[in-house]
Design a protein around this ligand. Structure first.
Ligand code: PMV
Length: 334
Protein backbone atom coordinates (compact mmCIF):
# COMPACT_ATOMS: atom_id res chain seq x y z
CA UNK A 1 0.00 0.00 0.00
CA UNK A 2 2.80 2.34 -0.97
CA UNK A 3 2.20 4.93 -3.62
CA UNK A 4 3.98 8.01 -4.96
CA UNK A 5 2.92 11.04 -6.96
CA UNK A 6 4.44 14.08 -8.58
CA UNK A 7 2.48 17.31 -8.65
CA UNK A 8 3.17 20.72 -10.11
CA UNK A 9 2.70 24.05 -8.43
CA UNK A 10 0.43 26.65 -9.98
CA UNK A 11 0.22 30.42 -10.08
CA UNK A 12 -3.25 31.93 -9.89
CA UNK A 13 -4.06 34.29 -12.74
CA UNK A 14 -7.41 35.13 -11.13
CA UNK A 15 -6.76 34.83 -7.42
CA UNK A 16 -8.44 32.95 -4.61
CA UNK A 17 -8.26 35.00 -1.43
CA UNK A 18 -10.73 34.42 1.38
CA UNK A 19 -13.11 31.58 2.14
CA UNK A 20 -16.88 31.57 1.75
CA UNK A 21 -18.41 32.88 4.96
CA UNK A 22 -21.53 30.75 4.62
CA UNK A 23 -19.70 27.41 4.77
CA UNK A 24 -17.62 25.58 7.33
CA UNK A 25 -14.20 27.29 6.89
CA UNK A 26 -12.42 23.94 7.22
CA UNK A 27 -13.86 22.94 3.81
CA UNK A 28 -11.79 25.65 2.07
CA UNK A 29 -14.70 26.70 -0.12
CA UNK A 30 -13.53 29.97 -1.65
CA UNK A 31 -15.45 33.23 -1.94
CA UNK A 32 -14.74 33.37 -5.69
CA UNK A 33 -13.98 31.25 -8.74
CA UNK A 34 -10.29 31.37 -9.70
CA UNK A 35 -8.04 30.43 -12.61
CA UNK A 36 -4.49 29.07 -12.43
CA UNK A 37 -1.54 28.18 -14.62
CA UNK A 38 0.04 24.86 -13.66
CA UNK A 39 3.80 25.39 -13.95
CA UNK A 40 6.78 23.37 -15.02
CA UNK A 41 10.21 24.89 -14.27
CA UNK A 42 12.47 24.76 -17.30
CA UNK A 43 15.72 24.05 -15.46
CA UNK A 44 16.86 20.55 -14.53
CA UNK A 45 17.15 21.24 -10.82
CA UNK A 46 14.01 23.38 -10.33
CA UNK A 47 10.95 21.91 -12.03
CA UNK A 48 8.57 23.40 -9.40
CA UNK A 49 7.37 19.99 -8.31
CA UNK A 50 6.48 18.13 -5.18
CA UNK A 51 7.27 14.42 -5.01
CA UNK A 52 5.39 12.53 -2.31
CA UNK A 53 5.36 8.93 -1.15
CA UNK A 54 2.82 7.56 1.29
CA UNK A 55 2.54 4.07 2.73
CA UNK A 56 -0.33 2.67 4.81
CA UNK A 57 0.66 -0.31 6.90
CA UNK A 58 -0.06 -2.02 10.21
CA UNK A 59 3.66 -1.79 11.02
CA UNK A 60 3.24 1.94 11.70
CA UNK A 61 2.03 2.77 15.19
CA UNK A 62 1.24 6.35 14.36
CA UNK A 63 0.81 8.64 11.38
CA UNK A 64 3.97 10.51 10.44
CA UNK A 65 4.83 12.94 7.68
CA UNK A 66 7.97 14.82 6.67
CA UNK A 67 8.47 17.67 4.24
CA UNK A 68 12.04 18.15 3.05
CA UNK A 69 13.22 16.00 5.93
CA UNK A 70 11.38 17.88 8.68
CA UNK A 71 8.58 16.18 10.64
CA UNK A 72 5.21 17.91 10.29
CA UNK A 73 3.47 18.78 13.54
CA UNK A 74 0.62 21.05 14.67
CA UNK A 75 -1.37 22.81 11.96
CA UNK A 76 0.77 21.37 9.14
CA UNK A 77 0.02 17.79 10.24
CA UNK A 78 -3.64 18.68 10.82
CA UNK A 79 -3.89 19.76 7.17
CA UNK A 80 -2.40 16.46 6.00
CA UNK A 81 -4.97 14.59 8.09
CA UNK A 82 -7.79 16.70 6.64
CA UNK A 83 -7.05 15.06 3.30
CA UNK A 84 -6.01 11.58 4.43
CA UNK A 85 -8.69 10.88 7.07
CA UNK A 86 -11.79 11.14 4.86
CA UNK A 87 -10.04 9.03 2.21
CA UNK A 88 -9.13 6.40 4.82
CA UNK A 89 -12.80 6.35 5.81
CA UNK A 90 -13.93 5.87 2.20
CA UNK A 91 -11.41 3.02 1.82
CA UNK A 92 -12.52 1.48 5.11
CA UNK A 93 -8.87 1.20 6.14
CA UNK A 94 -7.58 2.15 9.56
CA UNK A 95 -3.84 1.55 9.03
CA UNK A 96 -1.49 4.36 10.04
CA UNK A 97 0.75 5.94 7.42
CA UNK A 98 4.25 7.16 6.77
CA UNK A 99 4.46 10.04 4.33
CA UNK A 100 7.54 11.70 2.89
CA UNK A 101 7.43 14.72 0.64
CA UNK A 102 10.05 16.80 -1.17
CA UNK A 103 9.82 20.12 -2.97
CA UNK A 104 12.45 21.03 -5.52
CA UNK A 105 11.89 24.75 -4.81
CA UNK A 106 11.63 27.04 -1.73
CA UNK A 107 8.71 26.16 0.55
CA UNK A 108 6.22 28.86 1.62
CA UNK A 109 7.84 31.64 -0.38
CA UNK A 110 4.75 32.47 -2.41
CA UNK A 111 5.56 29.85 -5.05
CA UNK A 112 2.53 27.70 -4.23
CA UNK A 113 4.29 24.84 -2.47
CA UNK A 114 1.06 23.94 -0.67
CA UNK A 115 -0.75 23.58 -4.01
CA UNK A 116 1.70 21.01 -5.37
CA UNK A 117 2.13 19.45 -1.92
CA UNK A 118 -1.53 18.68 -1.33
CA UNK A 119 -2.13 17.69 -4.96
CA UNK A 120 0.69 15.11 -4.70
CA UNK A 121 -0.53 13.94 -1.29
CA UNK A 122 -4.09 13.42 -2.56
CA UNK A 123 -3.10 11.51 -5.69
CA UNK A 124 -0.69 9.25 -3.75
CA UNK A 125 -3.20 8.66 -0.93
CA UNK A 126 -6.07 7.74 -3.27
CA UNK A 127 -3.79 5.30 -5.06
CA UNK A 128 -2.18 3.95 -1.90
CA UNK A 129 -5.58 3.21 -0.39
CA UNK A 130 -6.69 1.52 -3.60
CA UNK A 131 -9.78 3.66 -4.11
CA UNK A 132 -11.05 4.79 -7.44
CA UNK A 133 -12.06 8.45 -7.71
CA UNK A 134 -12.66 10.76 -10.67
CA UNK A 135 -10.32 13.72 -11.26
CA UNK A 136 -13.13 15.99 -10.12
CA UNK A 137 -13.32 14.14 -6.79
CA UNK A 138 -9.53 14.11 -6.40
CA UNK A 139 -9.49 17.87 -7.02
CA UNK A 140 -12.16 18.39 -4.33
CA UNK A 141 -10.21 16.30 -1.77
CA UNK A 142 -6.95 18.13 -2.57
CA UNK A 143 -8.83 21.37 -1.82
CA UNK A 144 -9.32 20.26 1.80
CA UNK A 145 -5.56 20.54 2.38
CA UNK A 146 -5.01 23.77 0.46
CA UNK A 147 -7.56 25.47 -1.76
CA UNK A 148 -5.18 26.09 -4.63
CA UNK A 149 -4.22 22.38 -4.67
CA UNK A 150 -7.60 21.74 -6.32
CA UNK A 151 -6.16 23.45 -9.43
CA UNK A 152 -2.78 21.65 -9.34
CA UNK A 153 -4.42 18.31 -10.10
CA UNK A 154 -4.77 19.39 -13.73
CA UNK A 155 -2.19 20.53 -16.25
CA UNK A 156 -2.32 23.63 -18.44
CA UNK A 157 -4.77 26.35 -17.51
CA UNK A 158 -7.33 25.48 -14.90
CA UNK A 159 -10.66 26.85 -13.65
CA UNK A 160 -11.73 26.27 -10.04
CA UNK A 161 -15.47 26.63 -9.46
CA UNK A 162 -16.07 27.96 -5.99
CA UNK A 163 -19.17 25.76 -5.75
CA UNK A 164 -21.28 25.62 -2.62
CA UNK A 165 -20.43 22.26 -1.06
CA UNK A 166 -17.46 19.89 -0.77
CA UNK A 167 -18.60 18.03 -3.89
CA UNK A 168 -19.22 21.09 -6.08
CA UNK A 169 -16.03 23.04 -5.28
CA UNK A 170 -13.51 21.51 -7.68
CA UNK A 171 -11.27 22.46 -10.58
CA UNK A 172 -11.34 21.46 -14.25
CA UNK A 173 -8.98 22.07 -17.13
CA UNK A 174 -9.62 25.00 -19.51
CA UNK A 175 -6.92 23.91 -21.94
CA UNK A 176 -3.91 21.60 -21.98
CA UNK A 177 -0.28 22.72 -21.73
CA UNK A 178 0.27 22.88 -25.49
CA UNK A 179 -2.93 24.78 -26.24
CA UNK A 180 -1.94 28.20 -24.94
CA UNK A 181 1.48 29.81 -25.28
CA UNK A 182 2.56 31.44 -22.06
CA UNK A 183 5.61 31.46 -19.82
CA UNK A 184 6.19 32.80 -16.36
CA UNK A 185 9.59 34.24 -15.53
CA UNK A 186 9.64 34.05 -11.76
CA UNK A 187 11.76 36.73 -10.14
CA UNK A 188 12.88 35.70 -6.67
CA UNK A 189 13.37 38.77 -4.53
CA UNK A 190 13.38 36.99 -1.21
CA UNK A 191 13.74 33.26 -0.56
CA UNK A 192 12.67 33.13 3.09
CA UNK A 193 9.39 31.74 4.40
CA UNK A 194 6.53 34.20 4.53
CA UNK A 195 5.53 35.45 7.97
CA UNK A 196 1.80 34.82 7.56
CA UNK A 197 0.70 31.70 5.69
CA UNK A 198 -2.18 32.00 3.23
CA UNK A 199 -4.06 29.53 5.44
CA UNK A 200 -4.13 32.25 8.12
CA UNK A 201 -4.47 35.15 5.68
CA UNK A 202 -7.70 33.80 4.14
CA UNK A 203 -9.41 34.26 7.50
CA UNK A 204 -9.04 38.04 7.55
CA UNK A 205 -9.93 38.80 3.90
CA UNK A 206 -13.53 39.68 4.79
CA UNK A 207 -12.36 42.41 7.20
CA UNK A 208 -11.21 44.54 4.26
CA UNK A 209 -13.80 47.08 3.07
CA UNK A 210 -12.68 46.20 -0.46
CA UNK A 211 -13.27 42.45 -0.17
CA UNK A 212 -16.87 42.52 -1.43
CA UNK A 213 -15.90 44.57 -4.48
CA UNK A 214 -13.06 42.14 -5.25
CA UNK A 215 -15.37 39.14 -4.90
CA UNK A 216 -17.87 40.67 -7.35
CA UNK A 217 -15.19 41.63 -9.87
CA UNK A 218 -13.42 38.25 -9.61
CA UNK A 219 -16.46 36.46 -10.96
CA UNK A 220 -16.29 38.46 -14.15
CA UNK A 221 -12.49 38.22 -14.31
CA UNK A 222 -12.62 34.41 -14.15
CA UNK A 223 -15.19 34.20 -16.95
CA UNK A 224 -13.40 36.81 -19.07
CA UNK A 225 -9.96 35.23 -18.69
CA UNK A 226 -11.33 31.83 -19.67
CA UNK A 227 -12.76 33.38 -22.82
CA UNK A 228 -9.44 35.13 -23.56
CA UNK A 229 -7.53 31.85 -23.08
CA UNK A 230 -9.85 30.03 -25.47
CA UNK A 231 -9.50 32.80 -28.09
CA UNK A 232 -5.70 33.01 -27.62
CA UNK A 233 -5.81 36.62 -26.47
CA UNK A 234 -2.64 36.90 -24.39
CA UNK A 235 -3.02 40.66 -23.84
CA UNK A 236 -6.35 40.19 -22.08
CA UNK A 237 -5.02 37.20 -20.10
CA UNK A 238 -2.07 39.30 -18.94
CA UNK A 239 -4.09 42.40 -18.15
CA UNK A 240 -6.68 40.49 -16.08
CA UNK A 241 -3.91 38.58 -14.27
CA UNK A 242 -2.15 41.79 -13.27
CA UNK A 243 -5.42 43.38 -12.21
CA UNK A 244 -6.49 40.37 -10.12
CA UNK A 245 -3.13 40.28 -8.35
CA UNK A 246 -3.32 44.01 -7.53
CA UNK A 247 -6.91 43.73 -6.26
CA UNK A 248 -5.96 40.80 -4.01
CA UNK A 249 -3.04 42.72 -2.51
CA UNK A 250 -5.29 45.73 -1.88
CA UNK A 251 -7.57 43.44 0.13
CA UNK A 252 -4.57 41.98 1.99
CA UNK A 253 -3.16 45.41 2.82
CA UNK A 254 -6.52 46.74 4.01
CA UNK A 255 -7.51 43.72 6.14
CA UNK A 256 -7.43 43.72 9.92
CA UNK A 257 -4.64 42.95 10.75
CA UNK A 258 -3.13 44.27 7.52
CA UNK A 259 -0.98 41.91 5.49
CA UNK A 260 1.94 43.25 3.50
CA UNK A 261 3.41 40.46 1.41
CA UNK A 262 5.14 42.90 -0.92
CA UNK A 263 8.68 43.99 -0.17
CA UNK A 264 9.77 47.41 -1.47
CA UNK A 265 11.53 45.61 -4.32
CA UNK A 266 8.28 43.85 -5.27
CA UNK A 267 6.79 47.24 -6.14
CA UNK A 268 9.97 48.28 -7.97
CA UNK A 269 9.70 45.14 -10.07
CA UNK A 270 5.98 45.61 -10.83
CA UNK A 271 6.81 49.13 -12.06
CA UNK A 272 9.69 47.79 -14.17
CA UNK A 273 7.36 45.24 -15.80
CA UNK A 274 4.86 47.99 -16.60
CA UNK A 275 7.64 50.11 -18.12
CA UNK A 276 8.83 47.27 -20.36
CA UNK A 277 5.44 47.28 -22.09
CA UNK A 278 4.49 47.56 -24.85
CA UNK A 279 7.82 46.78 -26.54
CA UNK A 280 8.12 43.58 -24.46
CA UNK A 281 4.66 42.41 -23.54
CA UNK A 282 4.71 41.14 -19.95
CA UNK A 283 2.50 41.32 -16.88
CA UNK A 284 3.19 40.95 -13.16
CA UNK A 285 1.37 38.63 -10.78
CA UNK A 286 2.25 38.24 -7.09
CA UNK A 287 0.94 35.51 -4.76
CA UNK A 288 1.10 35.55 -0.96
CA UNK A 289 4.79 36.43 -0.88
CA UNK A 290 7.21 39.03 -2.23
CA UNK A 291 8.24 37.23 -5.43
CA UNK A 292 6.92 38.22 -8.82
CA UNK A 293 5.66 36.00 -11.64
CA UNK A 294 6.27 37.89 -14.89
CA UNK A 295 3.92 36.48 -17.52
CA UNK A 296 4.92 36.65 -21.17
CA UNK A 297 4.75 34.78 -24.44
CA UNK A 298 7.37 31.96 -24.54
CA UNK A 299 9.35 33.67 -27.33
CA UNK A 300 9.94 36.66 -25.02
CA UNK A 301 10.87 34.65 -21.92
CA UNK A 302 14.63 34.64 -22.43
CA UNK A 303 14.87 38.36 -23.18
CA UNK A 304 12.73 39.09 -20.13
CA UNK A 305 14.81 36.75 -18.01
CA UNK A 306 18.00 38.52 -19.14
CA UNK A 307 16.58 41.89 -18.08
CA UNK A 308 15.49 40.49 -14.71
CA UNK A 309 18.84 38.74 -14.16
CA UNK A 310 20.55 42.10 -14.71
CA UNK A 311 18.28 43.80 -12.15
CA UNK A 312 20.34 44.18 -8.97
CA UNK A 313 17.54 43.41 -6.47
CA UNK A 314 16.46 40.18 -8.21
CA UNK A 315 18.30 37.26 -6.54
CA UNK A 316 17.41 34.61 -9.05
CA UNK A 317 14.99 33.83 -11.87
CA UNK A 318 13.18 30.65 -12.87
CA UNK A 319 11.51 30.28 -16.25
CA UNK A 320 8.37 28.14 -16.19
CA UNK A 321 6.06 26.93 -18.91
CA UNK A 322 2.72 25.18 -18.66
CA UNK A 323 2.91 21.76 -17.03
CA UNK A 324 1.00 18.58 -17.73
CA UNK A 325 -1.25 17.18 -15.03
CA UNK A 326 -0.05 15.84 -11.73
CA UNK A 327 0.37 12.06 -11.75
CA UNK A 328 1.39 8.85 -10.04
CA UNK A 329 4.98 7.69 -10.28
CA UNK A 330 6.67 4.39 -9.62
CA UNK A 331 9.63 6.20 -8.04
CA UNK A 332 9.25 5.99 -4.26
CA UNK A 333 11.08 8.21 -1.76
CA UNK A 334 11.52 5.36 0.75
O1 PMV B 1 -4.29 27.43 -1.39
P1 PMV B 1 -3.82 28.39 -0.38
O2 PMV B 1 -4.56 28.30 0.92
O3 PMV B 1 -2.33 28.30 -0.19
O4 PMV B 1 -4.12 29.86 -0.93
C1 PMV B 1 -3.60 30.35 -2.15
C2 PMV B 1 -3.67 31.82 -2.19
C3 PMV B 1 -2.94 32.48 -3.34
O5 PMV B 1 -1.83 31.71 -3.72
C4 PMV B 1 -2.45 33.84 -2.87
C5 PMV B 1 -3.85 32.70 -4.53
C6 PMV B 1 -4.27 31.48 -5.32
O6 PMV B 1 -5.38 31.50 -5.85
O7 PMV B 1 -3.48 30.54 -5.44
Amino acid sequence: MKSSAIAHSNIALVKYWGRSRTHDPSLNIPSTDSVGMTKLGESDDIRLLTHTTIEFSDVYEQDSATLDGVFLTGRAMERVLKVVNPLRTIAGISHRFKMMSRNDFPTQAGLASSASGFAALTIATVDGLGISLSKREISAFARLGSGSAARSIHGGLVYWYKGDSHETSFARQICGPTEFDMSAVIAIIHKGRKEVTSDVGHKSAHTSPFDRARVNISRKQAKDIEKAILTDDFSVVGRISEESSRYMHVVMMTSDPPLFYWHPNTLRLIKLIQKLRPSLECYASVDAGPNVHCLCRPEDAYELRKILDETDYVNMTIVAGLAGGSHKTGEHLF
